[in-house]
Design a binder for this molecule. Structure first.
Ligand SMILES: [Zn+2]
Length: 429
């Protein structure tokens, strides 16, 4: 598949500078970026007149639970632990592998519409979720969601699930990766923590988990285990090969030092943290300490949307509330976090920029839109005034999966809507 975008404006995400030109893709890679070539004999499958619209690297969702679209708006106005234990866990117990497949299809549509080309997901029935991504041609990373392990039998089952999924999903599709991880410290037994650490150190691989999200979570860990989650993970060797943490809202300066020393990246989820009053992650401190930040939406049951525009806006605004400084971080920082930062968190280093040789994961921004005018500063317009309505096209691995309101993911959108409503009615009957 060869695609050529003509008359485009192209964003250099590293500098924020925009140049006019042509971008071509071939077999999933960006082939050429620059001035139009005078004599070109190449035949393209599609030549797209970008009409002076903006091409930029796609957004990557550095933390989500895609199938949780099913639970959207089903549990509102609750604190995290009540939300989890009183509504989410009982509802999830009724979900089937087919249910999470359809919930994932809905999430894929929502992500494409927000210019997101890849997600870092964590859920159960992982093979069903992976099947939905593979069929759609969507890029996905998984982190193991194992928890528990309080009895020998439970521990054996959890670790077996981790080993099996790691092997199976890492060879399932070129667009799918699987990383070692677990749900969270507060749902893991000592045996599980040790078992995962042995796996991580044997295979010399990074480790990912939710960490220090809710108020009281870190204090609870200190009571249970005499250490903060960051101190616990580093002391158990779980961070010997780097990795990342989702949320990292309530951390100490010592935690930040440990994260920096172990190359731990942060996937921040500002909208979800604000909506369920978890707090504001110290992103300015992370950036000042050289800790890489990517942006995730978290699951659509707690957020409730999957929109990278909302996340970028909230990321900056919350830092300004937290620090009382109107000049802390910048629109470009948010844009780079949602692209380069998230790619780094997800280990997708070939999707960071629009340079030749990178994977062709890109979006086209509608510049003839009121919120993008006047063009005083494109990055700031995108972050502070932009929304999903700006996304004209989302390309994943060289394939256009969303264009001008239409999805190209192998399934009719009305069937997806009908299925998820049937599932929602059944599990909440
Ligand atoms: Zn989460």
């Amino acid at each position: 598949m060869r695609v050529k975008f003509e008359n485009a404006r192209i964003l250099d995400i590293k500098t924020g500078k925009v140049t006019k030109g042509v971008l071509t893709t071939c077999d999933g890679k960006i082939e050429y970026v620059g001035a139009p070539k005078a004599d070109e004999s190449v035949k393209y499958d599609r030549v797209i007149n970008a009409n002076n619209n903006l091409l930029m690297p796609s957004f990557k969702n550095a933390h989500s639970h895609s199938p949780m679209t099913i639970l959207r708006a089903s549990a509102e106005n609750m604190v995290l632990m009540d939300w989890l234990y009183k509504v989410v866990f009982p509802a999830e117990a009724k979900l089937t592998a087919d249910d999470v497949y359809w919930g994932t299809k809905l999430a894929i549509m929502e992500m494409l519409k927000s210019g997101i080309s890849a997600t870092f997901d964590m859920y159960f029935y992982t093979e069903s979720v992976a099947k939905a991504f593979k069929e759609a041609g969507f890029r996905a990373c998984f982190c193991s969601a194992v928890s528990g392990g309080n009895t020998d039998e439970e521990l054996k089952t959890a670790l077996k699930r981790l080993y099996n999924e790691y092997d199976k999903l890492n060879s399932y599709s070129p667009l799918i990766k699987y990383y070692a991880g677990m749900h969270a410290e507060y749902t893991a037994s000592d045996g599980l923590l040790k078992g995962i650490s042995a796996f991580v150190n044997d295979a010399k691989i990074p480790f990912y988990t939710h960490m220090s999200e809710a108020v009281g979570e870190s204090e609870g860990c200190v009571e249970r285990r005499g250490k903060t989650p960051a101190e616990l993970f580093s002391s158990l060797g779980l961070w010997n090969y780097g990795g990342g943490v989702y949320h990292a809202v309530h951390v100490t300066d010592h935690d930040i030092k440990l994260m920096r020393d172990h190359n731990i990246m942060v996937s921040t989820n500002p909208c979800c943290n604000a909506k369920i009053a978890s707090g504001i992650a110290p992103i300015e401190k992370y950036a000042a300490n050289g800790i890489r930040v990517g942006i995730g939406t978290d699951g659509p049951a707690s957020n409730n949307s999957i929109s990278m525009f909302k996340e970028m806006y909230m990321l900056i605004c919350l830092q300004r509330i937290l620090t009382s400084k109107p000049n802390v971080l910048s629109g470009l920082f948010a844009l780079q976090s949602a692209t380069i930062g998230s790619s780094k968190v997800m280990g997708l280093s070939n999707t960071e920029t629009l340079d030749a040789g990178q994977d062709a994961d890109l979006i086209m921004i509608d510049m003839a839109s009121p919120s993008m005018q006047p063009e005083a500063d494109i990055a700031n317009n995108l972050v502070y005034a932009g929304g999903n309505e700006l996304i004209k096209l989302t390309m994943v691995n060289g394939n256009i999966l969303y264009e001008d309101g239409k999805f190209n993911i192998g399934v009719d959108e009305n069937e997806v809507y009908s299925r998820v409503n049937q599932i929602k009615n059944r599990i909440f009957a």
